[in-house]
Design a protein around this ligand. Structure first.
Ligand SMILES: C[S@@+](CC[C@H](N)C(=O)[O-])C[C@H]1O[C@@H](n2cnc3c(N)ncnc32)[C@H](O)[C@@H]1O
Length: 232
């Protein structure tokens, strides 16, 4: 699979194959260990069969605690969603909301949800072309230092990858409160013929669920911007 550090076939010229964010936090409690060992394998994305008959297919990159994913699922039960997160505590947070304690191996799971507990860039590289109707990138890690720009999810090398994975007319939602990343999104995406968008909104558009990072940012006095890019 592309994306493993030793894989010489990593095709994203100019950006590193390794992921720089945290995968592990504090030691897992017993319940969290069971969620990862028993529930996660039952929900892990393997192929697109789970999306057969769904009205659309969406991918969320870096879902954090999963509140935004769960709100999307509740509002759009007809849509199949792949939700990606690499941080174990985040995965446990979402899984813990789906499964009662003691039923980690047996509780029924939402049929139209799959999790990708790896770098979302790897998944985007392997999805069939034109398979996604929408991509969500909510408050990505900003990596504000210029020398870390290659670690940002929004990157010139990613544009053709996202473009290929989206259907014509598909959307790419991006929200960020970081001023460096806000300017970066405009700098990277605005000149590209692969995507088009109106100017970003300064308040969360209707139909966009809130996220945990957004709440923290607003409480700290920062001002998020919200874009909806489209593949023409
Ligand atoms: C700043 S947090 C935002 C979380 C959530 N979207 C929110 O708004 O509350 C960014 C998250 O993206 C995850 N992440 C970063 N790079 C990723 C990647 N390449 N694939 C999947 N998840 C990633 C991180 O582990 C982190 O939990």
């Amino acid at each position: 699979m592309p994306g493993v550090p030793s894989d010489p076939s990593w095709p994203l010229a100019g950006i590193p194959p390794r992921l720089y964010g945290r995968r592990r936090g504090h030691r897992l409690r017993a319940r969290q260990a069971r969620l990862l060992a028993e529930t996660l394998p039952r929900l892990t994305y393997r192929d697109l069969d789970f999306a057969a008959g769904a009205a659309a297919l969406w991918l969320e990159v870096g879902f954090g605690g999963g509140e935004h994913t769960l709100a999307l699922m509740a509002a759009h039960p007809e849509v199949a969603i792949i939700a990606s997160e690499v941080y174990e505590q985040g995965l446990c947070s979402l899984l813990g909301r789906l499964v009662p304690e003691g039923e980690e191996a047996t509780a029924p799971l939402p049929p139209r949800l799959r999790l990708w507990p790896h770098d979302a860039r790897e998944l985007l590289l392997t999805l069939p072309r034109g398979s996604l109707d929408g991509l969500f990138l909510m408050f990505p890690d900003p990596w504000p230092k210029a020398r870390h720009a290659k670690r940002r999810f929004v990157h010139p090398a990613m544009l053709p990858v996202v473009h290929a994975a989206l259907k014509p007319g598909g959307f790419w939602r991006i929200a960020t409160d970081d001023p460096t990343y806000q300017a970066w999104v405009e700098e990277v995406l605005r000149p590209s013929p692969l995507f088009t968008a109106p100017p970003p909104a300064r308040t969360r558009p209707p139909g966009w669920p809130p996220t945990r990072y957004e709440a923290k940012a607003i409480a700290a006095g920062r001002e998020p911007l919200y874009w909806e890019w489209r593949r023409p």
